[in-house]
Design a protein around this ligand. Structure first.
Ligand code: ZN
Length: 110
């Protein structure tokens, strides 16, 4: 049982800090242990969405669906380069380094 293991570990930590005279930390871990024990009594809650497996059960064991292109791919309007930015804010194109990568290029007259 996962929660029982977690509970034991948290209590071990509480004892660890109490042994070292860090009673505030020990109390914090004991409080956490209390919360976990309540969860255990209520039955394990469903895993949060962030850690839940997004692959449907019927697909597990079978062929994996192809990994789709991440939705945060951006495309440079100047050079057409597509990339996945590491940051949520993109300051310049990863290839041509243009800071105007997301602005439609203006045809210069003449
Ligand atoms: Zn570019």
């Amino acid at each position: 049982m996962f929660l029982a293991d977690a509970l034991k570990e948290i209590r071990d930590l509480a004892n660890f800090f109490r042994d070292r005279g860090q009673s505030e930390r020990a109390e914090a871990y004991e409080h956490a242990a209390l919360i976990v024990s309540k969860l255990d009594a209520a039955g394990a809650p469903p895993a949060p969405a962030s850690t839940a497996n997004p692959i449907p059960k019927e697909l597990l064991g079978g062929p994996r669906p192809p990994l789709s292109i991440p939705s945060n791919v951006v495309r440079c309007k100047k050079c057409g380069h597509q990339w996945t930015p590491r940051s949520t804010r993109v300051f310049r194109c990863a290839r041509c380094k243009s800071p105007y990568w997301n602005i439609e290029p203006v045809e210069k007259p003449g």
